[in-house]
Write a new protein. Structure first.
Length: 238
């Protein structure tokens, strides 16, 4: 038996306690699913263990609840509505078709599909753990320190292009170049983050868009330029 699933409504804005902004595509909302829950499942197990019928006081002692009225008012009503148990005074009994009614309630609550999904995830994690030695790492220049491949990922020096060196660059490209010279480790950040940082430090008059920052980085050499700056930051080169 599973607990009820709460309602989920995705939201935009900042994450609580941080300045991180939710920018990704929102997941689909989910409605609440009412289920019998583990406590009512324990009551059914208790009734099966005692032969299918007992008093509310006996159920109270078996389930070790704090108050008898919790059993009468909070646990029994849902089982009665589902047709799993029948109450006559202080005696609670399992219905004649309680097993079919229980399976129908679990099916209506989506527990069978949830069990299958949980089992698929368990098998996937088990398979990934068994094959952990067969997976080859894919080093990336943004994770040079973590992967331990700083020397391998260091970009080779491109041949000098006098025409490219003499080509004029935009003021935004100059500002990015100046900032990354002082903070080369930030070369792994997204273009939008670099533009927001320049604007926050008053290094550019207007807040550039990610597309403008990407174009300015392209003027400096694109990914090759960023790899070179990051290599300087990870190796401590001047």
């Amino acid at each position: 038996m599973m607990w009820s699933r709460p309602r989920f409504t995705p939201r935009l804005g900042t994450v609580a306690g941080t300045r991180k902004v939710r920018k990704s595509k929102l997941p689909a909302p989910r409605d609440r699913i009412e289920r019998l829950g583990k406590i009512r499942g324990a009551m059914v197990d208790a009734l099966v263990a005692v032969g299918g019928s007992c008093t509310i006081q006996q159920l109270f002692e078996i389930l070790r609840r704090k108050r008898v009225r919790d059993v009468r008012r909070r646990i029994l009503p849902m089982l009665e509505q589902a047709g799993i148990v029948e109450t006559s005074g202080d005696v609670v009994s399992l219905a004649s078709d309680w097993s079919e009614r229980l399976e129908a309630a679990r099916d209506a609550g989506g527990e069978l599909e949830a069990d299958e999904l949980a089992e698929e995830r368990r098998r996937a994690k088990s398979r990934a753990y068994r094959e952990r030695g067969k997976i080859k790492p894919t080093p990336h220049w943004t994770n040079a320190d973590a992967d331990g491949h700083v020397e391998d990922l260091r970009p080779a020096h491109a041949p000098e292009d006098t025409a490219a060196q003499d080509a004029p660059v935009s003021p935004l490209a100059v500002a990015i170049c100046s900032y990354l010279e002082r903070s080369p480790a930030d070369a792994c950040q997204p273009p939008g983050w670099i533009g927001s940082t320049l604007w926050a430090y008053d290094l550019c008059p207007d807040k550039p868009t990610p597309a403008e920052c990407r174009a300015a980085i392209g003027e400096l050499g694109g990914d090759t330029y960023l790899r070179g700056r990051l290599a300087e930051g990870t190796t401590g080169a001047a």
